[in-house]
Design a protein around this ligand. Structure first.
Ligand SMILES: [Fe+2]
Ligand SMILES: [Fe+2]
Length: 177
């Protein structure tokens, strides 16, 4: 397997790990009866699953082996209702670093198609870091004793947003959910 395909397989695992972590966060908020926050993270989890399936479609098309690597167990216990979003922001910043390193590897290995494929993910990470920062700012403004204000904000505005990627998303194996 090429170094790039091997690293992309690692990233498939990272995206599935992010999927699991977001489900854990959604479940935390669901158990607290904070349905807007729960819905936000259930949706984020689906997006991470789709990212993994886009990478799998790329590997299939590149005739590279797809290796389903195991994922670390997510964090499921949180000290308060701020910690899950702080963790989510840190996770998005980590993934941005992972995607940037993949782009650099593609460049070093002259994997031009792979580098092009990753362009959408760079854009996606910019959006995800920006919107998660905005959500953390909303929680800090309300305070963790006033999570219903956060719920109100999300219900009223339809959720925190940032500019979406400027290009269409890559195809996902089996179709995006
Ligand atoms: Fe992702
Ligand atoms: Fe993400």
């Amino acid at each position: 397997m090429s170094r790039f395909a091997d690293a992309l397989n690692d990233q498939v695992g990272n995206e599935f790990a992010a999927h699991q972590q977001y489900i854990a966060i959604a479940v935390h908020y669901d158990a607290e009866t904070l349905p807007q926050l729960a819905a936000h993270f259930y949706q984020q989890a689906v997006e991470e699953r789709n990212h993994a399936m886009m990478m799998i479609q790329y590997l299939l098309d590149a005739d590279a082996e797809v290796v389903m690597r195991g994922v670390e167990a997510p964090q499921t216990r949180f000290v308060d209702d701020r910690e899950p979003v702080a963790l989510a922001l840190a996770q998005e910043q980590t993934v941005t670093g992972q995607i940037t390193a993949l782009v650099q590897l593609a460049r070093d290995e002259s994997e031009h198609s792979g580098e092009h494929f990753l362009g959408w993910f760079l854009d996606e990470q910019r959006e995800e870091v920006a919107s998660m920062k905005a959500l953390l700012a909303v929680i800090d403004r309300a305070g963790t004793d006033n999570m219903l204000l956060v719920e109100d904000f999300l219900a009223r505005t339809g959720g925190v947003t940032a500019a979406p990627p400027s290009m269409p998303s890559p195809a996902a194996a089996g179709g995006a959910l």
